[in-house]
Design a binder for this molecule. Structure first.
Ligand SMILES: [Zn+2]
Length: 303
């Protein structure tokens, strides 16, 4: 199956797509078992996968990038949403890339079913940022809400980044604004759209941490239960094989590269101290990290 260049060009620079290998097809599990952390239940819902080229990495020479990626020019990355049951609520973090017949994507509904839930079971959707591989599942093909009973919660800073002064947006992002407004409107008209301030506590067991840089309002969600923490990182990082060991390495599509590096370094340090379980939108599995040298090493997470 060929990667659809138009769809992915919404997300990635054209250069990424030029030599992208075709993604392998995802398989559909019959039953997804949750990861248990305190009283929380966590499901990783992989919506899509697509290739990321080594040339996207910034601040790392090409030979070293290839070495860290096991000799590959590009790696397949998942686009994950996360489903978390906490405080009696069912929360969805991001919604993947959404369905496109020419890309390996749009698996969120079947993954949700495999976790034993339906779209109507979702109480709350929280969005890390407004890139297409995070909001693509919010609407059905007919433009109506895919999650009929869910409140959509969006960082006010992210809304401002896209909507307040589009002239300040990088040029390649400007044509996305109308679509984003339509998407918010679908939830707004149903009384199901809210924004929150940076650092807001959304539930007793769900707080938010501003992680601006990748976009102007990019946000990390921290779920807690019985003193244990799950951090949904969004796009705090993209390349697990590189950026834990070298958090100073950025990616080409960060809106503010220096800020993205600084917040990654700060939050990795705090995540290691908190022994948090890390759930990245583009990480293939849940991990913990601990400091090693100038970076971090990945520790496996036992179910
Ligand atoms: Zn992403």
């Amino acid at each position: 199956m060929r990667t659809h260049p138009i769809l992915l060009s919404l997300l990635l620079p054209a250069a990424v797509l030029a030599q992208a290998p075709a993604p392998a097809s995802s398989t559909s599990p019959t039953r997804l078992e949750p990861f248990r952390l305190g009283q929380m239940r966590v499901w990783t819902l992989q919506d899509a996968q697509f290739p990321l080229e080594a040339s996207l990495l910034k601040g790392l020479d090409a030979a070293e990038a290839r070495r860290m990626l096991g000799g590959k020019e590009a790696v397949l990355t998942p686009a994950n949403a996360y489903l978390v049951k906490v405080d009696g609520k069912t929360v969805l973090v991001d919604t993947g890339l959404g369905k496109n017949p020419e890309a390996d994507s749009g698996h969120l509904p079947e993954r949700l079913a495999a976790s034993g839930m339906t779209p109507a079971d979702i109480d709350l959707i929280v969005i890390t940022h407004f890139h297409f591989d995070h909001i693509g599942g919010l609407l059905k093909a007919d433009g109506t809400r895919a999650f009929p009973k869910a409140q959509l919660l969006v960082p006010r800073s992210e809304q401002a980044f896209w909507f307040e002064d589009p002239a300040k947006l990088p040029e390649r992002l400007r044509d996305r604004v109308a679509g984003l407004k339509a998407l918010c409107k679908a939830y707004e008209q149903a009384g199901a759209f809210k924004t929150f301030e940076d650092g807001a506590v959304l539930l007793p067991g769900l707080r938010t941490m501003p992680a601006h840089g990748h976009t102007g309002g990019h946000t990390v969600y921290v779920f807690t239960s019985e003193g244990k923490e799950l951090w949904c990182l969004g796009d705090l990082m993209h390349f697990g094989a590189v950026q834990f060991e070298r958090p100073e390495v950025g990616v080409a599509f960060d809106a503010d590269g220096a800020r993205a590096v600084a917040i990654r370094q700060d939050l990795f340090k705090k995540a290691a101290q908190a022994k948090a379980v890390l759930a990245g939108a583009h990480l293939p599995r849940l991990v913990r990290i601990e400091a090693k040298g100038t970076g971090y090493q990945v520790l496996p997470v036992q179910p």
